[in-house]
Design a protein around this ligand. Structure first.
Ligand SMILES: *Cc1c(COP(=O)(O)O)cnc(C)c1O
Length: 467
């Protein structure tokens, strides 16, 4: 499978290169040159397979032509999902006659990002060992992504990972999920500064060409195609369980960077009858405004009780835009460059309407989110975290009549104890395998907000592991 850039000014590449590169050289995002399609009979044949087997089959067409053969991929998905604490890996729970929650939080860090990152970390190792290379992954986190990336990379042989977090500004659960990992190839840096300072330092490290080359810097952020590929299988598994390809379904997803909902959309490109894509947002409601009124205007980021969606610009939206523009890469590039410069995305009425045929959106502020958590608990007994509750509310508002909706449960409620307490008066407990999290030893180094200081730490750490 070859990949092209949404901005059309970078050469097409094979999966292995796309995996290691992340972003295309022209600033665009990689998309498959053509979408692989399964026939209805091929989809039916996947029904009832163990999740790791289904995942390998759904992902395989995206990886052909490189170092990852089908048997390798199957070994990787089996290893990735072995540690999940539910036999179904991604269980589907019925809340209402036509509303099903797809629980994506049974992995090591209790959020959906584990599903793709566990696979991505192992894919990195596989491709890098075929090439006899190593990389240093650097990233900044305000909480969630850092721990999922660390869990995905710990103990990988070809990857070192250094994650910066703003000291004292992540929740204790989130910090401990990162810092209690004891592995030779993991470096946690507690920065005296804000999350933006952490992000600026990561950008500065990538911009420092000699440093970047010396350490072979890399990233596993949510624009990496492997992350999207790793999220398609669970939408397929849920759709198949509810009768697809012989019966249509809809999907509702609490959305930040647009990665998870884009994976559901990719499942439809592959032939599954997903009739509607419902996007839930918090007070950072740029996507809901776009879907309601073609108003994609950035504003300042607002802090909410659903912090993993406190995002202004949803990077993965560019992939949908590219398709909505009929794969016109120059027009995609113009639209994105202009959006960066002006803060407003200008999309024609026809293109906007074509997106609206498939996508619907709903935004909830914090009060509505907490009320929805309480409503779900009272009416169904289900305890949904703030992100999940936003997706469920959106599903109820925008579901097509007579079509079962799959609402993605993106995090375990124990990750957000304070919000849960405000909503329903309880602090949900951590699953048994994490219940000693507060007793485990933490491992991190402190750094000032200085590029020199951080680069020195990362350099020493990575070279120690080279030896
Ligand atoms: C990352 C995250 C989201 C947003 O997902 P996107 O793919 O960025 O849209 C939603 N909920 C939780 C719990 C998350 O961690």
């Amino acid at each position: 499978m070859r990949y092209v850039s949404t901005r059309g000014a970078a050469p097409s590449r094979e999966f292995d290169d796309v995996l290691l590169a992340g972003l295309a050289e022209d600033g665009g995002l990689f998309v498959p040159e053509t979408w692989p399609v399964f026939s209805p009979a091929e989809w039916r044949a996947l029904r009832g397979l163990p999740y790791a087997e289904l995942a390998a089959r759904v992902m395989a067409p995206f990886m052909t032509g490189g170092a990852i053969g089908f048997d390798d991929l199957q070994a990787i998905t089996r290893a990735s999902y072995r540690g999940f604490d539910h036999a179904a890996v991604v269980p589907l729970v019925q809340l209402e006659p036509s509303l099903f929650v797809l629980e994506l939080f049974h992995g090591p860090t209790l959020a959906f990002k584990d599903l793709a990152l566990q696979v991505a970390g192992r894919l990195f190792d596989h491709v890098l060992s075929a090439r006899d290379e190593r990389v240093t992954i650097v990233g900044a986190t305000s909480g969630d992504t850092g721990s999922a990336a660390i869990e995905a990379c710990r103990d990988r042989l070809r990857v070192d990972i250094a994650i910066l977090h703003p000291e004292g500004r992540t929740s204790e659960v989130q910090r401990r999920q990162m810092t209690t990992v004891k592995a030779r190839n993991v470096l946690n840096i507690a920065l005296s500064g804000t999350f933006d300072d952490c992000q600026d330092l990561v950008k500065a490290m990538f911009a420092d060409a000699p440093f970047r080359t010396e350490l072979r810097l890399s990233a596993v952020n949510s624009i990496n195609w492997a992350r999207i590929a790793g999220q398609i299988p669970y939408f397929a598994a849920a759709a198949l369980a509810l009768g697809a390809p012989d019966r249509p379904v809809a999907v509702a997803v609490p959305t930040g960077n647009f990665g998870n909902i884009l994976a559901a959309w990719a499942a439809r490109q592959m032939g599954l009858p997903i009739e509607r894509f419902i996007v839930g947002s918090n007070a950072n409601d740029i996507l809901a405004r776009f879907l309601a009124a073609n108003d994609m205007r950035t504003a300042g980021v607002v802090e909410t009780v659903s912090p993993s969606m406190d995002i202004q610009v949803s990077s993965n939206f560019e992939r949908l835009l590219f398709e909505a523009l009929g794969r016109d890469a120059p027009e995609t590039a113009r639209t994105m460059v202009d959006f960066r410069a002006s803060g407003t995305m200008k999309v024609s009425r026809e293109v906007w309407q074509s997106v609206r045929r498939d996508f619907a959106g709903l935004a909830l502020d914090d009060a509505a989110t907490l009320a929805e958590i309480a409503r779900i608990r009272a009416e169904t007994g289900y305890i949904a975290d703030p992100h999940t509750a936003i997706g469920i509310a959106a599903a109820r508002a925008a579901a097509p009549v007579g079509v079962p909706v799959i609402a993605a449960a993106t995090a375990h409620p124990a990750k957000f104890p304070e919000a849960m307490h405000r909503a329903i008066g309880i602090r949900p407990g951590l699953p048994p395998r994490l219940d000693d999290l507060y007793d485990r030893q933490e491992h991190f180094v402190r750094a000032g907000n200085s590029l020199d200081e951080v680069e020195t730490l990362v350099r020493h750490f990575a070279h120690r592991n080279d030896a």
